[in-house]
Design a protein around this ligand. Structure first.
Ligand code: NAP
Length: 419
């Protein structure tokens, strides 16, 4: 494909997918698209790039970066927020990384992040939440947290099906609902906005399948389906029921339910079996704090996943640390959990760890586990030595406060030492 505003690196080869296995085929010098993003994206993305380059080089590889544009940087070049060639370049190159993109609240354009995930069918948002030694935390035992959250990315109230108060569409939906539900007053009189929450068998099962596959491949103990099915019976409860159905249909002895665990195994899971259980979302939010170590892999619809992963992120040091990635079939778009924090934009101040560790997930997806582990160890030793950005510095005694770029230099120096 030829591009208007994108420079394709001369060196480097494209990542492809093996037609037979569906696995990524990764050269040692892949072309990787990167979107710096809005606000602090221009601070954290170059820092992450520098660290990822150092880890690739230390393990005998290289990354050939291809800069793409979305949000403000796209408006400057294309006069639109999400140019087709940005989406197509990610589709073609399969594995990419992005910084945060600003979404206006209420009015203005819809979320570019949601649009990217939907257009590329990146249906699983994966957020590993683990504690790095030395990272200050508001809880007493942050090391108990070692979870991987799988959040459905394409449906739920995020599907973008909603109508503004005062429109004809709202009146049509109001009439339909009142006719169907057989009672008036379900929706209050006067101005009302209405949104729709689709949760499908297809969307739920493919997300939960990713979570169970991950648990089996990574020797995890359990997958917890997090839902609000006591209230939303045909959406959230259906998500749970489809999860149990999938576990029974596709996994045989590899997976057992929590009921079976207690009825047949007295609470001791057989060697290698993954336990599938479910929790109501509000209870799950308190269990994150009170019974942290009992949870492992979580699978949830879009909104629950959004809330829960920020809450879990807080326990291991906050948004400056929490990484993520969006996965589809043969496609990866890594991105930190945090947003564009506009008040800090361009100040060379914020913590790039979340973006660096998102890059680490990307490297794991490439099968570069040695480079990924090197990054984890380098970040951990840097933070343990008290070399941190402002967000962690304000929570620890002593320590050296570093700028974003200085912190990236410090992590790269550790990579060199450790390799
Ligand atoms: P935010 O940008 O994540 O920032 C909230 C606060 O979190 C910051 O003020 C800062 O706290 C802390 N923080 C975030 N990133 C940090 C980092 N790298 N290092 C240190 N501290 C960090 O959330 P927001 O202000 O709610 O959202 C701003 C914009 O980002 C919105 O337009 C939103 O839609 C968008 N957003 C985008 C994504 C995405 O691109 N995937 C995700 C979430 C939000 P302190 O001020 O206390 O230091």
């Amino acid at each position: 494909m030829s591009y208007d505003n994108v420079e394709v690196p001369d060196d480097g080869n494209a990542i492809t997918v093996d037609e037979d296995t569906g696995e990524l085929a990764v050269p040692s010098n892949p072309i990787i698209p990167i979107i710096y993003g809005d606000g602090i994206g221009t601070d954290v993305a170059p820092a992450a790039q520098q660290v990822l380059d150092a880890a690739a080089e230390a393990t005998g590889r290289s990354i050939e970066w291809m800069r793409l544009y979305a949000g403000e940087s796209a408006r400057e070049r294309y006069d639109e927020n999400l140019p087709d060639e940005t989406v197509e370049a990610i589709r073609e190159h399969r594995v990419a990384i992005k910084g945060p993109l600003t979404t206006p609240v209420g009015s203005g354009f819809r979320s570019l992040n949601v649009a990217l995930r939907k257009r590329l069918d990146l249906y699983a948002n994966v957020r590993p939440t683990y504690h790095l030694e030395g990272v200050p935390s508001p809880v007493k035992n942050p090391e108990k947290m070692d979870m991987v959250n799988f959040r459905e990315n394409t449906e739920d109230v995020y599907a973008g099906i909603e109508w503004e108060a005062g429109t004809d569409e709202v009146e049509q939906v109001r009439e339909f609902v009142e006719e169907e539900m057989g009672e008036t007053g379900v929706i209050h009189d006067g101005p009302v906005g209405i949104g729709i929450k689709p949760i499908s068998e297809f969307g739920s099962k493919r997300l939960i399948r990713e979570a169970i596959d991950y648990a089996i491949e990574n020797d995890r103990d359990s997958v917890t389906l997090v839902h609000k099915g006591n209230i939303m019976k045909f959406t959230e409860a259906a998500f749970r029921d489809w999860g149990y159905e999938l576990a029974a249909e596709e996994y045989g002895d590899e997976v057992i339910t929590e009921d079976t665990l207690w009825e047949e195994y007295d609470g001791e899971a057989p060697e290698g079996a993954v336990v599938v259980k479910d929790r109501i979302a509000d209870n799950m939010l308190q269990q994150l704090l009170t019974r942290t170590e009992q949870y492992d892999v979580l699978a949830m619809p879009n909104l629950n996943g959004d809330y829960l992963s920020d809450a879990a992120g807080a326990q291991i040091g906050g948004l400056g640390i929490a990484p993520g990635a969006n996965l589809g079939d043969g496609r990866v778009l890594a991105e930190p959990v945090h947003g564009s924090a506009p008040k800090y934009a361009g100040e060379d101040k914020v913590n790039p760890t979340a973006m660096i560790l998102s890059g680490r997930i990307m490297l794991e997806q490439l099968g570069w586990d040695d480079a990924a582990d090197l990054i984890r160890d380098a970040v951990e030793t840097t933070i343990s030595a008290g070399e941190v950005t402002y967000d962690l510095h304000r929570q620890i005694e002593g320590g050296t406060k570093l700028a974003t770029s200085e912190y990236a230099d410090a992590v790269c120096a550790r990579i060199e030492e450790l390799s």
